[in-house]
Design a protein around this ligand. Structure first.
Ligand code: SF4
Ligand code: SF4
Length: 167
């Protein structure tokens, strides 16, 4: 298409848009200012508005905006110096490998753990161990995700994960 043809097309499109807009304004004014007396005019003006819109260019539908999902953002904190850090929270403790030494409970700054007696019928436990205590998670929701428990555990029993805000 030549430049002149493009210009003509653009002019025609603007003209059709203007006509559609004028009819839409008439319909708007009728509804706002001339009811109920102008009731009979609703249909012809609405039809003309519709026809004018159909004659014009088809509007391109706006692409749907991706909804932000703030709840999927991980919980983060700030250091004293203002740097961001992401806590990893205790989500699991493997009692099969735990030897009940109590280190994680001692180092935890929150009331997350409870050292309990191992079930007598716990098949997973190695009977050679003379300690029949095992660590359990008592208050998972008190965890602040510092990771200290995992650092002192000699058996790597703890599993930590960062968690979304809505977890
Ligand atoms: S991550 Fe920190 S607060 Fe959470 S259980 Fe371990 S030591 Fe306690
Ligand atoms: S530090 Fe590890 S082995 Fe010791 S009690 Fe805690 S989970 Fe069990």
């Amino acid at each position: 298409m030549s430049e002149d043809e493009l210009k003509d097309l653009d002019k025609e499109v603007r003209k059709l848009k203007r006509i559609a807009s004028e009819w839409a304004s008439q319909l708007h004014d009728l509804v706002e200012d001339r009811l109920p007396a102008g009731y009979e005019d609703i249909h012809p003006i609405a039809q003309s508005t519709y026809d004018a819109c159909k004659a014009g260019p088809t509007p391109t539908p706006a692409s749907p905006r991706r909804k932000k999902e703030p709840d999927m953002d991980p919980i983060t904190g700030l250091t004293r110096g203002g740097a961001s850090w992401t806590p990893t929270f205790l989500v699991k403790l493997d009692q099969k490998t735990c030897i009940g030494c109590g280190r994680c409970c001692k180092v935890c700054p929150r009331d997350v753990f409870d050292l309990i007696e191992r079930e007598a019928d716990d098949d997973a436990y190695d009977d050679d161990e003379d300690n029949n205590m095992v660590m359990s998670i008592a208050n998972a929701l008190d965890c602040i995700g510092c990771g200290s428990c995992a650092r002192v555990c000699p058996k790597q029993c703890h599993t930590h994960e960062s968690l979304p805000l809505n977890a």
